[in-house]
Design a protein around this ligand. Structure first.
Ligand code: FAD
Length: 437
């Protein structure tokens, strides 16, 4: 078989390299960190998580839970690493970020058929088989080449990271441990707010000073990752229906449900760091400290990392790619990850898995495959390649992308979603036996 080049050792590139190497294909993996860093990465490890340590739901009633299960069934390295390094997070799959990246880095380095190049790539390969998985923060030179290649204006939105505080600086007399409705392990620390505290906090948040933005960065905020100050400015009660929702979180100190609750999620296995859930922000660092310290329990919080925002670029994939993530005008050249318009860690890794399998097929002179639309993996590939470019926005895994069930409608959403997941997993098994084994 031919050698495959993978550019970018993030979530998508690491998964793609694994899928190739385990099929006996030789891989040249190019990752520019630590020599050249992106504005969000901090280490030289592969598959570094740049923001939250949560990979979201782990349940089959949720589309990203289904996506995870599909990836497990296809021997995903990213899922294996996540399962092995998980930290308590209720019904979600959250990981110790350092252990997670270390596991992936070590596993890939131990494979004899991957050659590592600590190098920034500035040109798209002209021939051969390659996967470009350089992410939403692709370095400038290569980003320009990708834009030229796709022949359209680049598209963009914003991404933001939430602050992290030191566990030993949280006031444990005020916060309490609990998962919403006591689902899963009690994984969150909850900061209860009275109505008065909430209103004062909202006011300060809305009036706080934000870091300077470029003109082009001022509009279109991506709804799934909205800065907390933008959410607060949308209406006095908006945060109560979002991250500060109190339902299912009674305070054991009072036996009552507080007016609002800020949740803190464990961020590493040692439980020495917690992130403020949903508090991605564009506030200046000093303002973050001033305003977020108003949250009950965080009066003396030590900020280990402040929240941040970034411009995030993706391709006009519906015009450029086929559903196997291969470029229409240059067979053999694949793209994967967030830059293709899938959104999220797991989704990025999932597209890397599909691109990796297809690049392996090409290296073995076998026909490439398109995953069934009824699977979460296939539904995402279908979304990024068939949506109208005008309305194209990065998208998380969603049941809205998967064809509905035939026959009588199941009214209960949870049950309906579980049934769809069951069908997806059956389809995946059929597809696997027919096309992949
Ligand atoms: P990455 O994981 O970024 O991997 C790309 C890799 O390519 C990097 O390692 C980079 O160093 C390397 N690279 C770039 N250019 C070159 C080059 N020219 N040559 C060689 N190597 C290169 N998703 C979530 O699910 N939850 C979140 O909380 C979340 N927060 C985010 C916060 C920010 C600030 C950003 C930017 C994104 C966030 N995302 C989040 C979205 C997305 O899931 C992540 O960006 C994810 O890492 C995407 O995976 P990827 O493999 O496409 O890119």
């Amino acid at each position: 078989p031919k050698t495959v080049t993978v550019v970018g050792g993030g979530l998508a590139g690491s998964e793609a390299a694994w899928q190739l190497a385990k099929r006996g294909i030789s891989v040249d993996l190019y990752e520019m960190r630590p020599t050249k860093m992106t504005p969000a990465h901090k280490t030289g490890e592969l598959a570094e998580l740049v923001c939250t340590n949560s990979m979201r739901s782990n349940q089959l009633s949720n589309a990203v839970g289904l996506l995870k299960e599909e990836m497990r069934q296809l021997d995903s390295l990213v899922l294996k690493a996540a399962d092995k390094t998980q930290v308590p997070a209720g019904g979600a799959l959250a990981v110790d970020r350092d252990e997670f990246s270390a596991y992936i880095t070590k596993t890939l380095h131990e494979l004899p058929n991957i050659t590592f190049h600590d190098e920034e790539i500035t040109e798209l390969p002209q021939d051969g088989i390659a996967i470009i998985a350089t992410g939403p923060l692709t370095s400038d030179k290569l980003a320009a080449k990708i834009q030229e290649f796709s022949g359209t204006e680049s598209l963009h939105f914003f991404d933001a990271a939430a602050p992290i505080v030191a566990a030993d600086s949280i006031d444990l007399d005020i916060v309490y441990k609990k998962s919403r409705y006591d689902r899963g392990d009690a994984a969150y620390l909850n900061c209860p707010m009275t109505q008065e505290e909430y209103e004062k906090f909202t006011q300060e948040l809305v009036n706080a000073e934000t870091a300077q933005m470029h003109d082009f960065e001022k509009d279109d905020v991506f709804e799934g990752c909205m800065p907390i100050e933008v959410m607060a400015s949308r209406g006095e009660k908006t945060m109560l229906f979002g991250p500060l929702k109190p339902v299912g979180l009674e305070d054991p100190h009072t036996g009552k449900t507080p007016y609002a609750v800020v949740q803190l999620r464990q961020d590493n296995a040692a439980a020495s760091m917690y992130n403020i859930v949903g508090f991605q922000t564009h506030l200046k660092y000093g303002e973050q400290k001033r305003v977020f310290s108003m949250i009950p329990g965080l009066a003396n919080a030590r900020f280990i990392r402040y929240g941040k925002m970034h411009r995030n670029t993706y391709m006009a994939s519906p015009e450029v790619l086929t559903a196997s993530y291969e470029a229409k005008k240059q067979p053999g050249l694949f793209f994967a990850g967030q830059m293709t318009g899938v959104e999220g860690y797991v989704e990025s890794a999932g597209s890397g898995l599909v691109a990796g399998i297809n690049a392996a097929k090409e290296a073995l002179d076998e026909p490439t495959v398109i995953f069934p639309k009824m699977t979460a993996l296939g539904s995402m590939a279908n979304y990024v390649t068939t949506t109208s470019v005008k309305h194209f926005q990065p998208m998380n895994a969603s049941f809205a992308l998967i064809p509905g069930l035939e026959g009588k409608k199941i009214r209960n959403k949870r049950e309906r979603h579980e049934k769809i997941s069951e069908r997806s997993l059956e389809k995946l098994q059929e597809f696997k036996q027919k096309e992949l084994d």
